[in-house]
Design a protein around this ligand. Sequence first.
Ligand SMILES: Nc1nc2c(ncn2[C@@H]2O[C@H](COP(=O)(O)OP(=O)(O)OP(=O)(O)O)[C@@H](O)[C@H]2O)c(=O)[nH]1
Length: 386
Amino acid sequence: MSPIFFILITLLLTSIVWSVIFLMAWYTLGKKLYALFWASAFMCSACQWGTILLQPYFESDVTYWMLAVSFSMASVLLGTWGHCIRTRCPINMNYLLAFAVITFAAVYYFKAVNVHVGLNMSLYIYYDIILLFINAIIILKHKPKSLPAEIGAAVTYTVCGLCLFIAATIALMQGAQVNQAYLDLYILINFITVPTAHVGMAVFIIFIMASDLAQEMQKLAMTDVLTQCVNRRGFYEIGQQKLETQLSCEQHVSLIYWDIDSFKNINDEYGHAGGDEVLIQATKRVRACLNKDDIFARIGGEEFVILIARDSELKAKQFADTLRTTLASKPIEYKQQCIDVTASFGVISIKCATTQIDKAIDLADKALYIAKHEGKNKVAYAVPLN
Ligand SMILES: Nc1nc2c(ncn2[C@@H]2O[C@H](COP(=O)(O)OP(=O)(O)OP(=O)(O)O)[C@@H](O)[C@H]2O)c(=O)[nH]1
């Protein structure tokens, strides 16, 4: 029996296994739609290898070829669709579908109407190659800093695309009729690279899903459930890093420590649920005033810190007063009742990138203590940390 038969059997079985794995990943890892697309992509791949294995049983060579071609194109298209969904890439899938239909029609034309072996063997592979390159770009471009799994997947897609490009070009070089020498070379390159690329792509996609999950978990571990702010642990982890980057970008950095005034009284008057609602609404109001890069953390019951960077020292200093007036501007509604809320603020300017964030928090906390002692609903400034 030809070794190609065994390679095809291996490809068929591994495609089925990958499809089942992606189906299970869809079920267990939060029913992400893109996992379903990848499961279908590998199922189409299995159908493609199955069709090739069953070639001797087809009465019409055109039917056999067009079926194998459609499974190959569907597999790459569904895989790409999955990546587009995961990365929220704005590519209009209708264009890729239309491109697939045109390629399919062209392959049919050169297979059944005006026979040209080189073209009917290579055109659909060129379609697959273009999609593989698109995949690599989508995966790398959607975030400023790609995950190692994404880099690995993009490299695998690119290498696979390049190998297929060589194989397709050799197939095309046959011209209108079969050329045995080119055909043998095509088969050699194809069957050396396809199994490795196949396994490589599947493993990297699984690795991407695991990395996404790890990132989600890490985000959850650093998020306060009630207010959706960063929690104490998260602030210590990202605050220091942020401080260094912002100061190196010549930004003016301030740390604001604030605390809702007489929160115990709010709890006593409106109950714990009322207190929780105040925390939620107050943080929403504050968040609406922040820039995208500011870090907003809840580090205690009704105590928060914000690390901001502004292009002038005055803006960075005055920002706490904007927050104070915003919070006090109107009462918070809770069960048809109005709760007046104010907060006190301690602010410290940080000028040196090596400043330890916990030292800055300590000094801002001392300033907050002064604001409380001066009658609450106030902003107090600590001596800047040089
Ligand atoms: N509703 C609610 N209350 C909380 C939460 N965490 C802490 N608290 C309450 O917040 C209150 C904080 O009270 P204090 O530390 O005395 O502070 P305060 O009443 O705001 O007084 P000042 O800070 O001096 O203005 C306590 O009664 C805590 O039980 C929470 O997640 N939800």
